[in-house]
Ligand binder design. Structure first.
Ligand SMILES: O=C(NCCc1nnc(-c2ccc3[nH]cnc3c2)[nH]1)c1cc(-c2ccc(F)cc2)cc(O)c1O
Ligand SMILES: [Mg+2]
Length: 215
């Protein structure tokens, strides 16, 4: 049978990127997705906004919801200082298998914990299993209808504390209307929209950055 799109993305990384060089992995994926086959990575334009938020927050613990092929995992992990790490949650085992190899190729495996499973099942176990107090940064990029329930679950589990930054991809396309309404109207969040484009296209999309203000 034909290879999958994630498998073709991994092959592009293995052909074009240098082992241990995260930037070359990012460049190889963006080139493949712009010139060969579109794929749902956050991409270079929104990726630069993600980079600036990671640099501004300088997080010690990051949670990423939705790994896919590991493109944004590599973008985040390459900016983390020693001792900081990103826990990334992937529901689809085929995506997870590819992401592990992409992360390994970039040489960042020591800064990444890839967990396979559903966000709703794993979030309640984060403190106990990973010894996490609270997350400094949460990057939401998984199923769009899970953004709001998982944000509420993170709050209930005490994994979001004063100063925690939520950064959500795709708030326009495919769109997360209930999540946007929640973070923009809640007195507990200070929310800001970064207008951009859907990865590798001219369609509008953007990232929503929401800082938790405490209770
Ligand atoms: O669906 C997306 N991303 C989600 C993948 C995923 N990868 N992992 C998960 C997961 C992970 C733990 C989970 N726990 C429970 N559900 C889970 C789902 N979900 C997505 C879709 C588009 C898109 C735009 C325009 C189109 F015409 C078609 C598509 C663009 C994007 O940037 C996306 O991020
Ligand atoms: Mg996305």
């Amino acid at each position: 049978t034909r290879t999958s799109r994630p498998q073709r993305i991994l092959k592009a990384v293995q052909r074009k990127a240098t082992v241990g060089d995260p930037q070359s992995v990012i460049t190889a994926i963006d080139h493949f997705c712009r010139h060969r086959e579109w794929a749902m990575n956050v991409g270079d334009e929104k990726g630069s906004i993600l980079d600036s938020v990671v640099n501004e927050v300088s997080p010690v613990t990051v949670l990423e919801l939705g790994t896919y092929c590991g493109y944004s995992t590599v973008r985040i992990a390459r900016l983390l200082p020693p001792g900081a790490c990103v826990i990334t949650l992937e529901f689809n085992p085929d995506y997870a298998a590819i992401a592990r190899q992409v992360i390994k190729w970039s040489g960042l495996e020591d800064k990444v914990q890839l967990v396979e499973g559903a966000s709703g099942d794993w979030i309640p176990w984060m403190k106990e299993h990973f010894g996490v107090q609270a997350f400094d940064l949460v990057f939401l990029d998984h199923w769009k209808e899970r953004y709001l329930p998982d944000t509420k679950l993170l709050e209930e589990c005490g994994l979001i504390q004063k100063g925690t930054v939520l950064l959500a991809d795709n708030v326009i396309c495919p769109g997360t209307p209930d999540y946007l309404e929640y973070v923009r109207n809640s007195p507990h969040y200070n929310s800001q929209y970064y207008r951009s484009h859907l990865e590798y296209t001219k369609a509008e999309d953007g990232l929503e950055k929401s800082v938790f203000l405490g209770y």
